[in-house]
Design a protein around this ligand. Structure first.
Ligand code: NAP
Length: 295
């Protein structure tokens, strides 16, 4: 059985968590909408993650919507003392599954209370304000009004810690003038490295960086280099991708998402996968080449 403690630990809010966690988004139905195909299997994945030492789970009430949080509650409540559940607010779902920005103070208050109810909590450990100026990528725009509203919900005792998601360095700086920011969650993986400089500056300030799509998201990473390195190390390509993240910076907390127990086991075993320097150099080269050909 893998020992995820080998991934190391990092402070997240009031807790120190294993650097390999779990992202629950894949548990909802197709398009992160509606119920899972196999509800018992979804519950089993959550229970197995915690049984294997995961103490950081990423979720949101807009997954499903509501369904993923309800699964988390059914599988894991009463929650272990050391489990940090991180949720995110800033969007709602349309009847067609679309993602609709919902960043007004009324929207955010409603979202916090939806998360509390569906997770069965009196207070949320960490809430990321998920910016929706652009649905897919960080885009500039002041976060003062939204973040001040979330900070007020924190002052009222509904939220312990605050993070930001889909955010630019300028917005993080603006946010840190309003309240303490404990984590940043942006799109990042071995082939998508726009946040390199940001990760290093957050590391200096002790702020966790939680890459979403660590395995490529809806189109999981596929590359000959990843497969070749994996074959040499006796690992799998996804384990190499996760081991690369864990090696990249001590403040990175990985939250690979899966609806499969077999993939969960595989992903957690990445804690024991150590990438040699030559593998890192090959991956750097592949990333440079991919970016040049994309220009
Ligand atoms: N803040 C944001 O805007 C935002 C956006 C997206 C996601 N997130 C968070 O980030 C978490 C991680 O992102 P993600 O789940 O979208 O993407 P991901 O972890 O990069 O990849 C998930 C995909 O990879 C597959 N997969 C997982 N393990 C695998 C393995 N060992 N071998 C082969 N395929 C594997 C999954 O399919 P199977 O189910 O078949 O394993 C799924 O299709 C989410 O769960 C969510 O909590 C946040």
């Amino acid at each position: 059985m893998s020992n995820i403690k080998q991934s190391g630990t990092f402070a997240l809010g009031d807790h120190t968590v294993a650097r390999l966690g779990y992202g629950a988004m894949q548990l909802a139905g197709p398009g992160v909408f509606g119920p899972p195909k196999d509800r018992d299997a979804a519950l089993a994945v959550l229970r197995e993650a915690v049984a294997r030492g995961v103490n950081h789970i990423d979720t949101s009430d807009f997954y499903g919507p509501h369904i993923t949080n309800q699964l988390v509650r059914e599988a894991l409540s009463p929650y272990p003392d050391d489990l940090v559940i991180v949720t995110k607010i800033g969007a709602i779902r349309g009847n067609d599954g679309s993602w609709i920005p919902a960043m007004s103070s009324e929207d955010l208050a409603r979202a916090v209370h939806d998360n509390l109810r569906n997770l069965g909590l009196d207070v949320l450990d960490v809430v990321n304000l998920r910016l929706m100026f652009d649905t897919h990528d960080p885009a500039e725009g002041s976060i003062e009004e939204s973040l001040t509203a979330l900070a007020e919900l924190q002052r009222q005792g509904f939220v312990r810690h605050i993070g930001l998601s889909n955010v630019t360095p300028t917005q993080i700086a603006e946010g840190r003038r309003i309240c303490k920011i404990v984590c940043v969650q942006n799109h990042y993986n071995v082939m998508h490295r726009h946040d390199d400089a940001l990760i290093d500056s957050l590391a200096q300030d002790g702020i966790a960086y939680v890459p979403y799509f660590p395995l490529g998201g809806f189109t999981p990473l596929q590359s000959t280099i990843l497969s070749d390195i994996a074959a040499r190390l006796g690992a799998t390509p996804m384990q190499v991708a996760l081991a690369w993240l864990l090696r990249r910076s001590p403040n990175i907390l990985a939250i690979p998402g899966t609806s499969s127990i077999a993939h969960l086991h595989e992903n957690l075993a990445a804690a024991e996968c150590v990438l040699p320097d030559d593998a890192v150099e090959e991956l750097d080269k592949a990333h440079r080449q991919a970016n040049v050909s994309a220009i």
